[in-house]
Design a protein around this ligand. Structure first.
Ligand code: HEM
Length: 224
């Protein structure tokens, strides 16, 4: 038997007592959808905790020149983002009026303050730097990678970074659409930002060289 709180090893290892006490009590709810809203956000933070570990380690592996290991870690991070994108869907079962009812409970709290998302930004920048350093140190020509060396180990890493960047953009797009269908265009969020300002971040990219190489290839093709 493991040590810790719980009636069995599952409860002790998973720390279910602590985990399940992290949501507001029924007696504290001003409206029942608080549970849906809190669990969606809390589980997002958990998946982002894992995603951030994967990206942090991917940067270390890439700095050490381990391309296949870095690639699989990035893919694991992408799966985490996919899961949190999918779970945005359950929020669409809240009507605009349901959200209006729970809003006073949130105070000025907003997802913009999410520690998980802040770390995504930090870890993605770290990984983007590791990638740029590797390209520079190894004197890699990305045009070559996407033409004659397509499907090499390095190409696979590049594509896993593109998939990651794209999946984060997909989260942003879905989040924007869910926010708009909940509070409506031109409404102000709990942190004071107009919801439509989120559009400015939809096309944000971390692995810019990998997007630029596509543009260059298209430009080159029109030269023929
Ligand atoms: C009905 C559900 C939701 C609504 C209506 C909503 C609304 C908003 C609004 C209006 C903003 C702009 C900032 C502000 O609050 O003033 C925002 C930002 C943000 N929200 Fe949400 N949100 C919802 C769900 C979520 C969920 C589940 C997450 C997951 C953690 C999240 C994470 C974020 C993040 C990270 C930002 C900053 C945007 C960025 O960096 O692109 N939101 N949200």
């Amino acid at each position: 038997m493991l040590h810790g709180d719980g009636d069995n090893d599952y409860e002790k290892y998973m720390r279910t007592d602590s985990l399940l006490s992290l949501q507001r009590e029924k007696s504290e709810w001003i409206y029942r959808d608080e549970l849906l809203f809190q669990i969606t956000h809390q589980s997002t933070e958990l998946w982002l905790k894992l995603q951030n570990e994967e990206l942090d380690e991917a940067a270390r592996e890439l700095n050490a020149g381990h391309l296949a290991k870095a690639s699989i870690l990035v893919r694991r991070g992408t799966e985490c983002i996919k899961i949190i994108s999918q779970q945005l869907e359950i929020l669409t079962f809240m009507t605009p009026c349901d959200f209006i009812k729970i809003r006073p409970s949130l105070g000025n709290g907003s997802g913009i303050e999410s520690p998980g998302w802040r770390s995504v930004n930090i870890n993605a920048k770290k990984l983007a730097k590791a990638f740029s350093d590797y390209v520079r140190e190894q004197q890699i020509d990305l045009i070559d990678v996407y033409t004659v060396k397509a499907h090499s180990e390095f190409y696979n890493l590049c594509e896993s970074l593109i998939n990651w960047d794209e999946q984060v953009a997909m989260w942003r797009i879905r989040h924007y659409k869910v926010a708009v269908r909940t509070i409506g265009h031109n409404s102000i969020g709990t942190k004071g930002t107009p919801v439509d300002k989120l559009i400015q971040r939809l096309n944000m990219k971390y692995f810019t060289e990998l997007w630029e190489v596509r543009t260059k290839l298209t430009e080159m093709s029109s030269e023929y």
